[in-house]
Design a protein around this ligand. Structure first.
Ligand code: SIN
Length: 562
């Protein structure tokens, strides 16, 4: 009998027994071809049998769309300590200080690594060019191709991974994780070329990105459906900080889905947020004005829009001049022109959009999760570095710093010999009284979910909205769990992760960083805790709190494995 007040999460999307399946084995299986996965593959080049699978085309995820850049304290007069201070301030009391220290202290090495892989970062007068973004006290953001940083990072790392013998499998969907009776991850159930197969690996490294597609307004690519985090949750891994979703203040507001980003660096180089009357939006809101941390700016925009009944504001970049805009921000200029906006002459219509999933599979700084054999890195993971609000341009950096540490941790692993248990696709797929699930189209469910999440779990939330959202999820999740094939599995994964965001957001009765509740506007000391969420054997989601700085698995830093 279904518990009709809860979302039920099945152990697996499909009831299959891997025992009789075509099986192959590798030492390390990397899932995802963004900066995190490619860093792991490039760092292992020539040292292990590595396969990298991705459900779309290689390099098709959000890394390739990253504009602003990579934060690293490599400029004259800068220091890891100053980078640490800015990261902790942006994180609003929830960043793990020891993890942030690893990030900032290994940043210069990560840049050096990237440079040695052949990435061409922009230079000025023989030094790396540095720009300013929100929350940074000084210009600290390296970039490439002006505002095409992610594309260059992808290009360079993919070339090294390929040359190093990594086996690349695009258009291959990881349906679920294979585990033994003790919960050790032995490999994955993979859908490729129209059939299922088992891939066994000594280490499975999830680098599959975030879940921006939970929201109707997002800068994340269509494939950002959280498949890795959802599979990890179903297999028993612990997720953390799921209530924290970062909204980028300046997504181009011109009816496109996903929404093109207008990099924060445009503000860093002088553009100003204005209302239709030309008034600056963040004046008096924060000492850093438009360059306050991202959560502050997004909220100030939403408040201004709500007061005036507007659905967007403007970014005035006209002061930068045509030549500088074209040289520094070719991607932004192209996107604006496609939308009929000339940023050298017109104010750019902008509004906030979901941009980065701060929560994810809980890991330490070597990517270790709560399940032996399973690692996670990049946007799919939650190291605790970003706290309640990620500092701009710390994500490509985190993918590289932790990616290199994951590579060190998995070097030498070989496929385990254990027997994977059969996957049970139906134990949690309980259909409420009334029989079989109705034939609701998966695309309708996806559309409903994106609209409902935007309305009730967006930049500003409240308890009533979250309760209504949760009730809608409970009603629809059984149908959402029944889809088959990659599109259907994506919908099932989106619903599972929507439930984790919703229960964590409803439980956190305070406002902090990217989680802002109009019915609980202050930050409370008692809530300086992470919330973890895991699936119990009956398929229910269980929330727990873990104080910031607690020892043990998670944000705790693992030394000696680099
Ligand atoms: C941007 O260019 O504004 C995005 C950078 C980031 O998400 O860190």
């Amino acid at each position: 009998m279904a518990d009709e007040s809860r979302v039920c999460v099945p152990r697996a999307l499909l009831p299959v027994d891997p025992a009789g399946m075509p099986t192959e084995a590798v030492d390390v299986l990397v899932v995802g071809s963004g900066v995190a996965g490619l860093t792991v593959a490039a760092a292992l080049a020539g040292r292990s049998r590595v396969a990298l699978v991705t459900k779309g085309r290689l390099g098709g995820g959000s890394t390739a769309w990253a504009q602003g850049g990579i934060a690293a304290a490599v400029g004259l007069g800068d220091s890891p300590e100053a980078h640490l201070d800015d990261t902790l301030a942006a994180g609003a009391g929830l960043s793990e200080p020891a993890a942030v220290r690893v990030l900032v202290e290994e940043a210069a090495d990560a840049i050096d690594f990237l440079y040695r892989q052949g990435a061409r970062l922009d230079e000025e007068e023989g030094r790396f060019a540095l720009t300013l973004e929100g929350g940074h006290g000084r210009p600290r953001v390296l970039h490439a191709g002006g505002d095409a940083t992610g594309a260059e990072v992808s290009r360079a790392l993919l070339a090294v991974a390929t040359a190093g013998g990594c086996r690349l499998l695009p258009h291959a969907f990881v349906v679920d994780l294979l585990t033994d009776v003790e919960g050790t991850v032995l490999g994955v159930l993979l859908w490729a070329e129209g059939s299922l197969r088992a891939v066994r690996a000594g280490a499975v490294v999830l680098a599959s990105g975030g879940v921006g597609q939970l929201f109707a307004a997002t800068t994340a690519p269509p494939g950002s459906t959280g498949d890795g985090a959802a599979a990890a949750l179903r297999a028993g891994a612990v997720l953390a900080d799921m209530e924290f979703v970062q909204f980028h203040p300046t997504a181009l507001h011109r009816g496109r889905d996903p929404r093109p980003l207008v990099s924060e660096a445009v503000r860093g180089e002088g553009a100003v947020l204005r209302d239709p009357a030309g008034q600056p939006v963040t004046a008096g809101v924060h000492p850093r004005g438009d360059l306050a941390p991202r959560d502050v700016v997004a909220r100030a925009m939403v408040e201004r829009m709500d007061r005036a009944g507007l659905d967007h504001l403007y970014l005035d970049a006209t002061g930068l001049g045509r030549r500088r805009l074209e040289r520094r921000f070719p991607t932004v200029v192209d996107a604006c022109r496609d939308a009929g906006v000339d940023p050298a002459r017109d104010w750019i219509p902008v509004s906030p959009a979901a941009h980065y999933t701060i929560g994810g599979v809980r890991t330490d700084m070597a990517g270790r999760t709560s399940l032996p054999g399973l690692f996670a890195v990049g946007e799919v993971a939650s190291t605790g570095v970003h706290g309640a609000n990620r500092l701009a341009s710390n994500s490509l950096l985190e993918g590289m710093v932790v990616g290199r540490r994951v590579a060190a941790a998995v070097t030498g692993t070989r496929p385990a010999t254990g027997r994977p248990t059969a996957l049970t696709g139906s134990e949690g797929q309980l259909v409420p009284d009334g029989g079989a699930p109705s034939l609701v189209r998966q695309s309708d469910l996806r559309g409903w979910l994106r609209r409902a999440m935007t309305a009730s779990a967006g930049v500003v939330r409240d308890g009533d909205g979250l309760a209504g959202l949760h009730a809608g999820l409970v009603r629809r999740t059984p149908q959402a769990s029944c889809g088959v094939g990659p599109d259907g599995w994506e919908v099932a994964n989106l619903f599972v992760l929507a439930a984790t965001v919703t229960v964590a957001a409803a439980s956190r009765r305070e406002s902090r960083g990217a989680h802002w509740r109009r019915d609980a506007p202050g930050s409370l000391d008692a809530w300086r805790v992470h919330q973890t969420v895991a699936r119990n054997p009956e398929g229910s989601l269980v929330l727990q709190t873990v104080p910031v700085g607690a020892a043990g698995l998670g944000p705790g830093v693992t030394g000696g494995d680099r």
